[in-house]
Structure formats: C-alpha cells, structure tokens
Design a protein around this ligand. Structure first.
Ligand code: FE2
Ligand code: FE2
Length: 196
C-alpha cells in the first residue's frame, strides 16, 4: 500500500502498462528510476516522485476524441481545444488519472499537468523532478544529453532552465506554435535557473 495510491506500486505498474504500448511503458519505468534518483538528491518524497513518474504518460495513447470530450465534459479551459496530444496528455491526462486511478494528490496531478511545459513560480520541486526525469531518462540520446544530466545533477533549477531554453529554441527554429505555459516557464527560469 502506498500513501498516494490505493494499492501497491506493482499494482499501479500493471494498471499503467495495460494502457500503454510496451515501448512507452519502458520509457515510463526509466523516468521512474531517474525521478527517484533526482527526488532523493533534492529533498522530494521519493514515493511521491515514483508515483508521479509512473503515471505521467498514463493518458498519452488516448484518442484526440477522448481528450476533446473530457475538455468539454469537465469545462476545462476552452483554449485547450486549439492544442493537441502533446499538451492534452498532461493537462487532461491529470483528470483521467484522478478518475481512473483515484490519485488525488494535487502536487502529483500538477506534476503530470506540467510535465511537458513546465511552469513558472508555482512549479513545485516534485514537478521539476518529473519534468527533468522525462527529459533525461537513460533512453534519451539527443545531442547534449550528457551535459544536461551533469547540469541537473548539480542544480535542479539549472536543469529546468537548460531544458526550457533548448525546447523553446527548437520550437522556434521549427516555426511551431508555443503553448503560453512554456513561455511562462522560459521567462521565469531564465533568471531563476542561474541562481538569481
Ligand atoms: Fe509525456
Ligand atoms: Fe514521458
């Protein structure tokens, strides 16, 4: 039994695995390992980090139709309809996790909501841990990943800064629309991640 989920970690893993392809479930397990490591280093409850990591992509393989119907049913922000799976699986995914897995810890749900965009001042340490673990898990092989891991192991805030700067630059160079929350994250962590 765990504090934040009514069952064992093993049972939670089984539920998550049943909703994901094996490829994505393996990613989730690697995020869990990385998140627990970062949690212990940064004074975050490792059990909370483990559960948040295990559920962070729980809704990733749902259809657009399902997300859109939940946005309507729960009267979530209308603007969400203008975005796609990349944003929905976090923001709307948190609702699905609460309803299907009965996880209602607000810090865990916010970490799921924020895991692709980050957040500004309100971003908790747990949320920072999940944001970074998703980016740095050992299956990631992008250029600069070793540097990103080294920076994050020294300072979680500097890691958040590194990730959001690189993500925003990538989106701009691809001329892709940027979700406002990501801009908020960028503006906040630009200074904060430098220790200011
Ligand atoms: Fe995700
Ligand atoms: Fe992920």
């Amino acid at each position: 039994m765990t504090k934040y989920f009514n069952g064992t970690i093993q049972e939670l893993e089984t539920k998550v695995a049943s909703k994901l392809s094996d490829y994505r479930f393996q990613h989730v397990l690697r995020v869990r390992d990385y998140a627990v490591k970062l949690a212990k280093k940064n004074g975050v409850d490792p059990e909370k980090a483990e559960i948040a990591a295990l559920v962070h992509d729980y809704a990733k393989e749902r259809s657009d139709r399902e997300f859109l119907s939940i946005i309507e049913l729960k009267s979530l922000d209308k603007d969400l309809e203008n975005w796609g799976n990349y944003i929905w699986h976090g923001v709307v995914g948190a609702e699905i996790i609460r309803d299907e897995l009965n996880i209602d810890d607000s810090e865990i749900l916010n970490a799921v909501r924020e895991h692709t965009t980050g957040a500004g001042e309100t971003m908790s340490k747990l949320s920072q841990v999940i944001f970074m673990a998703d980016y740095l898990e050992l299956g990631r092989h992008f250029k600069g990943v070793e540097e990103a891991r080294a920076i994050t192991e020294k300072s979680l805030a500097a890691g958040v800064r590194f990730q959001i700067v690189h993500t925003i630059s990538r989106l701009v160079s691809k001329e892709t629309k940027i979700y406002p929350k990501s801009i908020e994250t960028y503006n906040y962590w630009l200074d904060k991640g430098n220790g200011n």
